[in-house]
Design a protein around this ligand. Structure first.
Ligand SMILES: NC(=O)c1ccc[n+]([C@@H]2O[C@H](COP(=O)([O-])OP(=O)(O)OC[C@H]3O[C@@H](n4cnc5c(N)ncnc54)[C@H](OP(=O)(O)O)[C@@H]3O)[C@@H](O)[C@H]2O)c1
Length: 230
């Protein structure tokens, strides 16, 4: 029996020349034009990213019905990592035409009330880990349950950071915007505990450099030792 494979994971972010993601006022048409051109069976976001995008919404009624995802639907799933049960805006994402359906990655620490909330609205969830979501196990669930072979991470530095530190990322893409922002607070696409030594740095191999629009640069890197193949 062959060993189960993890999905192939691409992280993609819009950044300033000095590597910041806040106050960026990103060119969303350009960013999502590139993003949607990537192979992806699922788009993975963190709860922080979702709450920043849609902070408050009208609560969705129980028993809302949505068409079943069709097997031949080629649009990606939209999946949110949410062990604390913070995201209640699922219906907004379900209404978007970009996704075939939505799902949550939760853990054994996620409040039962939240799992009941998801169940009452027909939202699929997968349990991985005891505290925060075990991301390796969670990605494996996406592969096994949603047949997600390729995952694009659309998130901020914290989820990216956890995935990168755990060696779960295969490609890193950045869309550099022609601006400098500056500041003292951490705002990079890779937020994680400081390394205690030079061990643990992640080597990248440049795959391409594109200039999709005057002033903008799209860099595509492969992580030097990819863990999965598409
Ligand atoms: N410029 C860009 O390209 C771009 C793209 C997307 C987002 N953003 C910006 O990024 C900001 C949000 O970034 P953020 O870093 O605060 O939020 P985030 O990326 O959503 O990260 C928080 C998420 O990571 C999970 N997480 C963190 N550490 C983990 C670990 N060790 N194990 C498992 N899961 C872990 C959290 O899980 P729990 O909830 O379970 O704790 C949560 O779901 C927003 O301002 C957004 O606008 C920018």
């Amino acid at each position: 029996m062959s060993a189960a494979k993890l999905p192939y994971v691409r992280v993609f972010n819009a950044v300033s020349v000095d590597g910041r993601m806040d106050l960026l006022d990103a060119d969303l048409e350009l960013f999502y034009g590139i993003a949607m051109g990537m192979k992806q069976d699922a788009v993975l976001s963190g709860s922080g990213t979702v709450l920043a995008a849609i902070p408050e919404v009208e609560p969705e009624k129980e028993g809302s019905t949505y068409p079943e995802a069709r097997e031949d639907d080629e649009r990606p799933w939209f999946v949110v990592v949410d062990s604390k049960g913070a995201v209640r805006s699922w219906h907004m994402f379900r209404a978007w035409p970009y996704f075939r359906g939505v799902a949550a990655l939760v853990s054994r620490a996620t409040p039962q009330e939240y799992l009941d909330y998801l169940t009452a609205r027909g939202i699929r969830y997968f349990v991985a880990g005891d505290g925060q979501v075990d991301l390796r196990e969670g990605l494996m669930a996406l592969r096994n349950e949603l047949n997600a072979r390729q995952v694009r991470v659309d998130s901020g530095g914290r989820l990216n950071g956890a995935l990168l530190r755990e060696g779960l990322v295969d490609e890193v893409h950045v869309l550099i915007h022609p601006m400098m922002i500056g500041g003292m607070s951490p705002s990079s696409m890779f937020l994680a505990p400081d390394l205690g030594s030079k061990e643990g740095k992640i080597a990248l191999e440049l795959v391409h450099v594109r200039r999709p629009k005057p002033g903008y640069v799209w860099l595509r890197y492969k992580v030097a030792k990819p863990l999965a193949e598409p």
